[in-house]
Design a protein around this ligand. Structure first.
Ligand code: CO
Length: 661
């Protein structure tokens, strides 16, 4: 046990008035950002943070993480909330404790490197709206991507926390790439850049307790800035890792309130407080105050989110992260992607392919956005490659990575993969070696022009600049130009509890409520095909007060062939194919070859319009799937006869996006 951790035999109690430790461990709370991002798909709403906000301000956290990471994206896309407004609202309740955000350096709160003008404006506005600590990371640990944002953080008088993304290529720290020298050198680099504190960001929960001890001891020997540890619980090691980090002298650790803790999230605060009471690292928090917060969260907030827990497994640790080093968020993305493509049985192939793709792409750390980039490319390889050709469908982001647009990879990118990715790449076939943003044209002015008349201030413009498609949609909701769909609206506690009761009833087989007076069938009814052995029913379902009620079911001529199979990936489908309810069906008279969506996703843009000539293989549609953009090539040459969707539309796998004749 280190000299910092001697037990002091003083009178111990749970209250704040117990003797103060010599070197209390500082704690940042992540419940309001990483907590719900890890456990509840980032769906936490501001209104559900307010009930405990003032109490959390009293605890004594070093900072509370309130923003950044995926929140900016999710809020405007799925919650109909203005991300900027969350900061201003929470500031009214949390007045003493600094706010912290996770900033993806030059990627800001998006998935690519943005131009310098946008990056500067974003940081400036985040500071102005209430951000205090800028926890800044780059997915490649390429600190040239910090060069633009750091001076703005400093000019705004805010705290610059530099991150080292923790990753490994071996079961434990070591090997040729991510060894102790790597991490110590990165810490020195950050201090040279003026880091007010240094965070070791263990996003996948891979850091073993004794590796944490060694890293923190070694870094503290050569660096003065406080050391902050961010270690996800995912593998189950984090509480042990915390304790060894405390013994090694770590200054700050990250935890969550217990309802937001564990699984792919973080260790809980309460056991750590208890573990250190009476030691010279005693955190000093009042355990009863923490319990009071948890009581409110459990009663008023958690019922609205429980159903979002990614799985119903008994085990709260993820064995795959120990076996395959696949971070939790990335794993659930991969599983969703495979499920939507009816290929869940290929998960083991994905595990096998993943380390190969990562190696090909320069052994990069797996953290947003590189975890998505590597993950989705892996899925594409597993589903679309054959024995004659690897990397058949390369995402736009992998092309950007190969070009150098994300920065320098830990090891060189495989030259054959790089060459293939850059063939015909719009910026050029020769990769760059300079700081990536140097090749990016300023983009804020252009965005401002595009969103003129809709955006009312700079915050709106930045939102649009980072998220052009969904941002524009949100601004239309915000200013009442379009009605937001029901699924983005908040649910009340009553509705959430009622839903839970219905689910529980269904589970017990008690859900046989028969309405005496059948309601009028509304035009909200959605039709479902239900197959029972050889029988086939068409069932109409409509939603009343949030609970699904079956309104009618009618048998249809039997037997019928199985449901029409979705067209094979990228295979030309006859047009017009059956379009989903929400889509615009292709005109019945159009003859030609359809371009079918090889995966579900959202249309980013059509590169061609009706009447344009295309060559076989030329890009026709950009489809965003799992946040990666895929350029879909024309299956045949000819003329575009019909375009069946528009930018922003969601499409299912097999939907015919356009017809070429
Ligand atoms: Co995290």
């Amino acid at each position: 046990m280190s000299e910092h951790n001697q037990i002091k035999l003083t009178k111990m109690n749970y209250d704040k008035d117990r003797p103060k430790a010599e070197n209390p461990l500082k704690v940042m709370d992540l419940s309001l950002r990483d907590g719900h991002q890890s456990l509840f798909a980032t769906r936490g709403r501001t209104e559900d943070m307010i009930p405990v906000a003032e109490m959390m301000d009293e605890i004594g956290f070093w900072a509370i993480e309130t923003w950044g990471g995926a929140t900016f994206d999710t809020m405007h896309r799925f919650l109909n909330e203005d991300p900027w407004e969350r900061l201003r609202t929470l500031k009214r309740y949390i007045k003493k404790t600094p706010f912290s955000m996770l900033l993806r350096a030059q990627n800001l709160v998006g998935y690519r490197n943005y131009a310098d003008d946008l990056a500067r404006a974003f940081v400036d506005r985040a500071a102005e709206n209430g951000m205090d600590v800028f926890r800044t990371f780059d997915a490649l640990n390429d600190y040239r991507n910090f060069e633009t944002v750091v001076p703005v953080i400093k000019e705004c008088g805010k705290h610059f926390q530099g991150c080292i993304c923790y990753t490994m290529t071996e079961p434990r720290m070591g090997g040729d790439v991510y060894n102790i020298d790597y991490f110590v050198n990165k810490a020195k680099d950050l201090e040279k850049m003026g880091a007010d504190s240094i965070c070791i960001k263990d996003m996948a929960g891979l850091m073993a307790p004794y590796d944490a001890y060694e890293i923190i001891k070694s870094i503290k020997k050569v660096v003065k800035a406080p050391i902050h540890l961010h270690s996800h619980f995912t593998s189950g090691m984090a509480p042990m890792t915390h304790l060894k980090a405390v013994e090694a002298g770590v200054d700050i650790v990250d935890t969550c309130m217990s309802p937001y803790a564990y699984r792919t999230s973080h260790p809980a605060i309460e056991p750590l407080v208890m573990s250190l009471i009476g030691t010279n690292r005693d955190i000093g928090f009042d355990i009863k105050e923490l319990a009071a917060i948890n009581k409110i969260l459990e009663a008023e907030v958690m019922p609205k989110y429980k159903h979002l827990l990614a799985d119903n497994k008994m085990s709260i640790i993820d064995i795959n992260v120990l076996l395959h080093q696949t971070p939790g968020g990335m794993l659930s993305n991969l599983i969703n992607q495979l499920r939507e493509m009816d290929a869940l049985d290929r998960i083991d192939d994905v595990y096998k392919e993943l380390p190969k793709v990562r190696k090909d792409l320069g052994q990069i750390p797996l953290v947003t956005p590189t975890s998505q980039i590597v993950g989705i490319q892996t899925v594409n390889n597993v589903l679309f490659d054959d024995e004659n050709e690897r990397y058949k469908m390369i995402t736009a982001q992998v092309k950007d990575l190969c070009y150098g647009l994300y920065g320098k990879t830990a090891t060189p990118i495989d030259s054959a993969v790089q060459k293939k990715a850059l063939k015909g790449y719009s910026r050029g076939e020769k990769p760059i070696t300079c700081r990536p943003a140097e090749v990016l044209e300023p983009e804020l002015e252009k965005a401002r022009e595009e969103v003129k008349g809709l955006a009312k201030d700079i915050d709106d413009e930045i939102l649009y600049a980072i998220y052009p498609v969904t941002g524009k949609k949100f601004l239309k909701w915000k200013y009442g130009l379009e009605t937001p769909p029901k699924e983005v609206m908040a649910k009340s506690l009553e509705e959430a509890l009622k839903d839970q009761e219905m689910v529980a009833k269904a589970g017990r087989g008690e859900l046989v409520e028969k309405k005496k007076d059948a309601p009028e069938k509304s035009d909200q009814t959605r039709k479902f095909n239900v197959f029972v052995d050889e029988e086939y029913f068409e069932v109409g379902v409509e939603e009343i007060g949030g609970a699904p009620i079956v309104s009618y079911a009618q048998p249809v001529a039997t037997p019928v062939p199985a449901a029409p199979a979705a067209s094979a990936p990228a295979a030309p489908a006859p047009a017009p194919a059956a379009a989903p309810a929400a889509s615009k069906p292709a005109p019945a008279s159009v003859d030609g070859t359809g371009l079918a969506a090889p995966m579900p996703g959202m249309i980013v843009s059509y590169e061609k319009k009706v009447g344009d000539a295309v060559n076989e293989g030329e890009t026709v549609v950009i489809l965003e799937a799992m946040k990666m953009e895929n350029a879909l090539p024309a299956p045949v040459g000819g003329t575009i006869k019909a375009v069946n969707f528009e930018s922003g539309d969601s499409v299912a796998k097999g939907d015919v996006l356009c017809v070429i004749g």
